[in-house]
Design a binder for this molecule. Structure first.
Ligand SMILES: [Zn+2]
Length: 92
């Protein structure tokens, strides 16, 4: 399956949030921790088994909430459910 890189920016202040390796086409609704390329600190949560272990996904600059932690039930994959309208994405 082809993958592509998508960078996400805050819709409110344009600050960089994260860079993600997306597989397949379709809307970006959920992002999995193990596919976040940057910032690197997300890597330490990729084996989390409970959503309370994940930090909230907020814009570091203006503090807008961008995603809510979740554990995707197929395969226990830690992820963030993105909040519609809180981010802009750019393919690169
Ligand atoms: Zn912001």
């Amino acid at each position: 399956m082809p993958s592509r890189f998508i960078s996400i920016y805050c819709s409110q202040c344009e600050a960089f949030i994260l860079r993600y390796r997306k597989e397949g086409s379709g809307a970006l609704i959920r992002i999995y921790l193990n596919r976040i390329q940057a910032p690197e600190h997300f890597q330490q949560y990729k084996h989390a088994t409970g959503k309370s272990e994940l930090p909230s996904l907020d814009c570091l600059q203006c503090k807008q909430r961008v995603g809510t932690p979740m554990i995707h039930d197929t395969g226990n994959r830690p992820a963030y459910r993105l909040i519609k309208g809180s981010f802009r994405k750019r393919e690169e």
